[in-house]
Design a protein around this ligand. Structure first.
Ligand code: ZN
Ligand code: MN
Length: 484
């Protein structure tokens, strides 16, 4: 029997705002514990929340980017539960009438075709504080401290739809997460820095016999931050649940925990459901009317989305789709490319050198392109020199490395290091003669009309000149002297 896999995500994303969701406290990381707090975000009796308009704008922006319906009227609800990092005893979230519903996010499916993953809802809620354990883990701690700096920082929660175009494989799950993160960064509402907990997922997965109408029981794995661990956990869950189904049993509805060392999931508790939280509308916050004008204003200031950028780069610069996809993965990379393209017409070569050679240097130095010591102008100067045949690829790579280390421009590096290509025909001719004496067979083959040995001879000349010979010139000399 074949089975259908259904994977769902509830993704929490920290929004980029100056202040918290319901008070004026600063959102700032690295601040000493409990310094950005006030009566509202620490849940003091009688303190009243006031909604942050910027957070609502960000939410609507996300909704538009993911093709959602923006609800005319929304409201906040209290989600009741107790935990020491939640001083009010409830989280202000949304239940009925979130800001955005029924959208989609397009990804490539496993066959490379576009697939519009259903987005059920996008809502706005507040984050909880943070527990700081005295030991290396909760179990090994004598006590825990609580830091409320994060309490009430605005979070966006994006929920996929398990009924309408759900994620059907671990690969699709990965494609969705990457596209979601990329989109949110592109529209400027979150930095989505995974290491800082700005992008965290609750993942659920269920498996049912192919074509069955009932959903299988799902297992949920909470609070996953690393994409790598999410994929490992999903891979494990697929195997585990299939094994249970094959034995004629049914997996249970539960919350599981991923053991990062053993790469397995373990049962934590039976899953809580909405009724357990006793959601009810928050009486401290009025309902929010979102008029058309507000939405249109956001729509008109919408930044370019990843797919739009890919298409524009292909069209404007005639770069291959494969290259365009790589260049646009990180908006800063495509910005760098576009700034270079203003100085450089050889766009194919330009994108190739960014993707292959510049990325290699950035990776080795473990820095991102914003910190790249080479400016778009000097990078383009180098590419132009290679395009014109002034220098070879090989020398270009050496020059690029020095540019990366010193920030100098290519001309002065070439001058100072004596990397100027040898153009002098007499000198090139004498090196070539030497090479021909050493390789009489190749010379004979060329005289008989074969062309491959020409490249071989050029290669030998390059070797003898440490890559400084101008290969075009060498080719010319061979043609003139050996070919009839
Ligand atoms: Zn506050
Ligand atoms: Mn939530």
């Amino acid at each position: 029997m074949d089975y259908d896999i259904i994977i769902g995500f509830e993704t929490h994303v920290e929004l980029k705002t100056n202040t918290k969701l319901f008070c004026g406290c600063a959102v700032k990381d690295g601040a000493p514990p409990n310094t950005n707090i006030c009566p509202v975000c620490t849940g003091q009796p009688g303190a009243l929340p006031v909604l942050n308009k910027r957070a609502v704008e960000h939410t609507v922006r996300a909704g538009l980017a993911m093709n959602c319906t923006i609800n005319r009227r929304s409201r906040f609800a209290r989600k009741n539960y107790f935990y020491p990092d939640l001083p009010k005893g409830y989280q202000i979230s949304q239940y009925e009438r979130p800001f955005c519903e029924n959208g989609y996010l397009e990804i490539q499916d496993d066959e490379g075709r576009p697939y519009a993953v259903g987005i059920k809802r996008i809502h706005l809620e507040e984050d909880a504080g943070k527990l700081v354990h005295s030991g290396s883990s909760f179990e090994e701690s004598d006590y825990s401290l609580v830091d409320y700096n994060r309490s009430s920082v605005p979070l966006l929660e994006i929920v996929t739809d398990h009924e309408r175009n759900p994620l059907r494989s671990v690969n699709e799950a990965r494609a969705y997460l990457e596209k979601l993160r990329q989109t949110l960064i592109y529209i400027g509402i979150s930095d989505c820095i995974i290491e800082k907990g700005q992008f965290r997922c609750d993942v659920n997965i269920s498996i049912r016999p192919e074509g069955a109408l009932d959903y299988g029981n799902r297992a949920e794995i909470k609070n996953m931050a690393s994409f790598k661990f999410i994929m490992e956990a999903l891979d494990y869950e697929v195997k585990r649940q299939l094994k249970i189904l094959h034995s004629g049993e049914e997996p249970s509805l539960e919350t599981r925990l991923f053991d990062e060392k053993k790469k397995i999931t373990v049962s934590m508790r039976s899953k809580e459901d909405a009724p357990d939280y006793r959601y009810f509308p928050d009486p401290d916050l009025v309902e929010i009317d979102i008029d058309r004008e507000f939405v249109e204003k956001i729509q008109s200031s919408m930044l370019e989305l990843p797919d739009q950028k890919v298409n524009r780069i292909i069209k404007d610069y005639r770069v291959s789709k494969k290259d365009a996809l790589i260049l646009t993965k990180d908006r800063n990379v495509s910005d760098f490319f576009e700034r270079c393209a203003a100085f450089c017409d050889d766009r194919g070569r330009l994108s190739g050198w960014i993707i292959k050679d510049l990325f290699k240097l950035l990776n080795e130095a473990a820095i991102t392109i914003e910190k790249c010591p080479i400016s778009p102008k000097t990078f383009s100067d180098l590419i132009n020199m290679i395009s014109r045949g002034d220098i070879t690829d090989q020398i270009g790579r050496t020059v690029l490395e020095i540019m990366f280390q010193t920030g100098q421009d290519p001309e002065s590096i070439i001058d100072k290091r004596g990397l100027k290509p040898i153009q002098d025909e007499e000198l090139l001719g004498s090196v070539l003669n030497e090479v021909m004496r050493e390789n009489p067979e190749a010379v004979n083959k060329i005289k008989e009309g074969m062309t491959n040995p020409i490249d071989f001879l050029i290669g030998q000349v390059m070797k003898k000149t440490q890559g400084k010979a101008n290969p075009k010139k060498v080719r010319e000399i061979i043609r003139n002297s050996l070919l009839p």
